[in-house]
Design a protein around this ligand. Structure first.
Ligand SMILES: Nc1ncnc2c1ncn2[C@@H]1O[C@H](COP(=O)(O)OP(=O)(O)OP(=O)(O)O)[C@@H](O)[C@H]1O
Length: 279
């Protein structure tokens, strides 16, 4: 049985006493080494969940438990070591004048010894393919390279949980794909629990489980295939479905017997190929 790493218990949150609730009675669990995608329309509360997870915000109601510890003022520093976050805009995340200074920063704050820091800078930058840029100034990097360095900086403090909050949103499709490949590799190598908050459907189908937010509430929680089979309902709450799923429906309408809800082109082609070989 997998270990529970994150637990939201009846969490409600608002940004001020006079403000509307932006999360209402949210309950979910996330297990070690799981890859969870959180999706939902703009303003549905996804980033607020991320900020609650590493203690940037505290809920007015309910409890958040991370690796057995309730998130509160006493546990916050331990929890920030356990939960690393990468945001949308890489330029807001740099503090060092060179790539290596930047990766060192989080470790310096946590009192790592120099030899360990050098080892981790080397390991984490190699893991994201940026080992040749140690002395480069961050502003000279491309968007994708900046996000790689941001990921290395987070990995350097060995978190259990990595949260990517729209971390690929500013990249082109090729850059997105490359970053997600890197993320998937580091997740596997470091046994990370991964939470990706995203509007990108390619990222969503890669996850093991999807949490769908709607107006601050959990609307559904299921495998990507189950989620994307609810096409009409998803559209009603302002979400897209993968093109390949729409195409599969249209093929069914003209009498082609698609057997499963495809998540990508390969699955649809495989299905069509099997049908073709039977006829
Ligand atoms: N600092 C803040 N002060 C007041 N309200 C806020 C603040 N940050 C977010 N909100 C509001 O809280 C609600 C949820 O915002 P949140 O950023 O969590 O949504 P989201 O699902 O991540 O949206 P998006 O997909 O646009 O990033 C929105 O109505 C937003 O306007």
């Amino acid at each position: 049985m997998r270990k529970k790493v994150i637990e939201f218990r009846n969490v409600s949150f608002r940004y001020g006493d006079e403000q509307p609730w932006v999360l209402r009675n949210c309950t979910f669990e996330i297990y070690e080494k799981e890859w969870i995608a959180i999706i939902g329309h703009n303003g549905s509360g996804k980033s607020t969940i991320a900020k609650l997870l590493n203690g940037l915000l505290s809920p007015q109601e309910g409890e958040i438990i991370i690796d057995g510890q309730q998130v509160n003022q006493d546990t916050i520093w331990n929890i920030r070591k356990d939960v690393g976050m990468v945001f949308q805009n890489p330029d807001n995340q740099f503090v060092g004048t060179t790539v290596q200074d930047d990766v060192a920063f989080g470790m310096e704050n946590r009192g790592f010894v120099r030899e360990e820091m050098i080892k981790r800078i080397d390991e984490t930058l190699s893991a994201v393919g940026m080992q040749d840029y140690l002395l480069t100034e961050p502003h000279r990097l491309s968007g994708g390279q900046k996000q790689r360095v941001a990921i290395a900086s987070v990995l350097a403090i060995s978190p259990q949980v990595l949260i990517l909050d729209e971390a690929t949103a500013m990249l082109d499709p090729k850059g997105r794909k490359e970053i997600m490949q890197t993320v998937s590799d580091v997740q596997e190598k470091n046994d990370l629990t991964l939470i990706t908050i995203t509007h990108d459907l390619h990222e969503v189908v890669q996850a093991e489980r999807v949490i769908v937010m709607n107006n601050g509430e959990i609307w559904d929680e299921a495998l990507p295939r189950e989620i994307f089979s609810k096409k009409e309902a998803l559209r009603k709450i302002g979400l897209d479905v993968p093109f390949v799923a729409i195409l599969a429906d249209e093929l069914k309408e003209v009498g082609i017997k698609i057997t499963q809800e495809p998540l990508n082109q390969e699955e649809l082609l495989e299905d069509l190929w099997t049908l073709h070989s039977r006829t």
